[in-house]
Write a protein of this length. Structure first.
Length: 287
């Protein structure tokens, strides 16, 4: 049974397809041969999802869908909510129904939730680190293939915001685009000719000289790549609010506060999705 109000902006169709693929990978052609051999088909069980370490919750609707896909008689009752910070030992959800189905769906549910909670937890750490500065933490396209929607949802659960979803929803001109286009002016002109009036244009720069060139073309956002806090401060002063400023490149929990205090609007962090440790969750049967 799907818990109500927990899927947020994750579309149910995405959840169902991802869960089906994960279960197909796990069950193969023969199914759960361990559970089928050892657990009577009539056995019923109750179990609890619990956090073994503190963290931020994300992915409850996906876990619920994993059990529902195995056996729609399984009832999944969320105790926590996506976006909630929990302590070690906290009960996140309760599950009851056919024991075979719970055992078969357990690993897929835990894999999704562990990954998503880990991303949400790391994101919250970055958000907390820059509290009060006015900057916003955003993600990147450095996501697990096929799981981008889930990982970007987890970033939102952690208090971050999403950068562009893919190559299709915003224009980001990087150094290789500029070289291939024959120069910055040509790249921006091509972007303006192709983009609709609702599509934003962002340009990456590595130096203050490049920033000055970009400012002459009045784009929407400038990405300040691998700049020091002093360079970022100078860049923000030059921009003077004429466009949004985004800092990127090698951002860590140790450096992010200094970057935010330089006055940038956005800080993009690839580590949110490519390096987040999985949150330790467990599913334990009650006697």
């Amino acid at each position: 049974m799907m818990p109500s109000g927990l899927s947020g902006s994750l579309r149910q169709g995405l959840i169902v397809r991802a869960v089906a693929d994960a279960l197909a990978e796990d069950l193969g052609l023969a199914g759960d041969i361990t559970t089928d051999a050892t657990v009577p088909a009539s056995a019923m069980a109750q179990a609890v999802f619990a956090a073994r370490k503190p963290g931020v919750i994300s992915g409850l609707a996906v876990a619920a869908a994993a059990f529902a896909a195995v056996d729609d008689r399984i009832v999944f009752e969320a105790v926590a909510q996506d976006g909630e910070r929990v302590e070690a030992g906290a009960v996140v959800a309760r599950v009851h129904g056919p024991a075979r189905g719970i055992l078969t769906g357990e690993r897929v549910a835990l894999n999704f939730m562990g990954r998503m909670c880990g991303i949400a937890t790391l994101t919250r750490a970055y958000v907390d680190a820059i509290a009060g500065t006015g900057a916003v933490i955003v993600d990147t396209r450095k996501t697990t293939p096929g799981l981008r929607a889930f990982e970007k949802y987890a970033v939102r659960c952690g208090g971050g915001m999403n950068h562009r979803v893919g190559l299709f929803d915003a224009i980001l001109i990087k150094d290789n685009h500029i070289v291939a286009a024959g120069g910055l002016a040509a790249a921006i002109a091509g972007a303006r000719a192709r983009a609709g009036h609702l599509v934003k244009i962002e340009v990456e720069v590595d130096t203050l000289a490049q920033l000055d060139e970009v400012m002459a073309h009045k784009v929407d956002v400038v990405l300040l790549d691998n700049m020091t806090p002093a360079q970022l401060t100078a860049a923000v002063e030059r921009v003077g609010g004429a466009m949004l400023t985004e800092a990127s490149g090698g951002v860590s929990l140790e450096s992010v506060r200094g970057i935010a205090e330089a006055g940038v609007d956005l800080i993009s962090v690839g580590a949110l999705t490519h390096s987040a440790p999985v949150m330790d969750l467990g599913l334990d049967f009650e006697g």
